[in-house]
Design a protein around this ligand. Structure first.
Ligand SMILES: C[S@@+](CC[C@H](N)C(=O)[O-])C[C@H]1O[C@@H](n2cnc3c(N)ncnc32)[C@H](O)[C@@H]1O
Length: 214
C-alpha cells in the first residue's frame, strides 16, 4: 500500500475503472458516475474533498466518523462521505438542491439533510449531535473563514476541519494567493492549521485546508 493509499479512510479505495485508477466508495450511484458492482467512482473533478484525498492530503479521516457537512448542494460529495462515515449531517441553504439531496438521503439512512444557513449554526444546534469528528466545509460564499469559525463549536477537541476555500467567492479580482493568505490567517484565529494544498489540478483557484480546533 502506498503512502497515498494509507491516507484514505476505510471504505474509500483506489480502483480501476476503464483502465484508470480512481477513488471509489460503495453505495448507490448519484450523479451518473461509473460503477463496478457496488463500487462507484468518486470523481475528484466534481468534489473538492475527493480532490483533497486524491492529492494525498492527510485529512485524518479513518472511516465511520460523525460528520457535519456545510454546503452539501445536491449531494455529490456528501453522498460519498455518507458511504464511508457514520452519522452525516448535511447543511444546505438553497431549497432546489436540497430536494435532490433528500432523494440521495432516501438511500442512505445515516445521511440527514438540513435546509439551513451555515452562518446561523444556532438554527441547527438542537439537531446536530455534539462533538462531531469532522467538519467538512464547501460553501463557496464570501466569509468562508467566518462560517468555519462559527461552526467550530460542533467539533470535538481533536476533530478536523476539512475546508475547500474558493478564492473567487471572497474577491473575484484579487490574486488567489493573497485571498488564501487572508482566509488562512482568519481561520488561524479559531483553528490550528495542519495542512494547506492548492487543488488547482482538479479545481481552479481553490485551496484545501486541514485544521483542528485551538
Ligand atoms: C460549491 S457548492 C457545494 C458542492 C458540494 N459540496 C459538493 O461537492 O457536492 C456550494 C454550496 O454551498 C451552498 N451555500 C453557500 N452558502 C451557504 C450557507 N451560508 N449555508 C448553507 N449553504 C450554503 C450553496 O447553495 C451551494 O450549493
Amino acid at each position: 500500500m502506498s503512502d497515498r493509499d494509507q491516507s484514505l479512510p476505510s471504505g474509500v479505495e483506489r480502483r480501476t475503472f476503464d483502465e484508470r485508477e480512481r477513488l471509489a466508495t460503495q453505495g448507490l450511484p448519484v450523479y451518473g458516475e461509473p460503477t463496478d458492482g457496488d463500487w462507484r467512482v468518486w470523481d475528484a473533478g466534481r468534489s473538492k474533498l475527493g480532490a483533497m484525498l486524491e492529492l494525498g492530503m492527510d485529512t485524518g479521516l479513518v472511516g465511520d466518523e460523525t460528520v457535519l457537512y456545510l454546503g452539501a448542494a445536491s449531494g455529490t460529495t456528501v453522498s460519498h462521505v455518507a458511504d464511508f462515515a457514520g452519522p452525516t449531517y448535511a447543511v444546505e441553504f438553497a431549497p432546489r438542491p436540497v430536494r435532490d439531496l433528500v432523494g440521495v438521503a432516501e438511500d442512505r439512512d445515516n445521511l440527514f439533510p438540513l435546509l439551513k444557513d451555515a452562518r446561523k449554526p444556532e438554527t441547527y444546534a438542537h439537531v446536530v449531535e455534539a462533538d462531531v469528528d469532522v467538519l467538512v466545509q464547501d460553501v463557496a460564499t464570501r466569509g468562508q473563514a467566518r462560517v468555519a469559525a462559527r461552526n467550530a463549536q460542533f467539533l470535538r477537541d481533536d476533530g478536523r476541519l476539512l475546508a475547500a476555500i474558493k478564492a473567487r467567492s471572497e474577491d473575484v479580482t484579487a490574486d488567489p494567493s493573497d485571498v488564501f493568505d487572508d482566509v488562512v490567517d482568519e481561520l488561524a484565529e479559531a483553528f490550528e492549521i495542519l495542512e494547506t494544498t492548492r487543488l488547482d489540478r482538479f479545481h481552479d483557484d481553490h485551496l484545501g485546508v486541514v485544521a483542528r480546533p485551538k
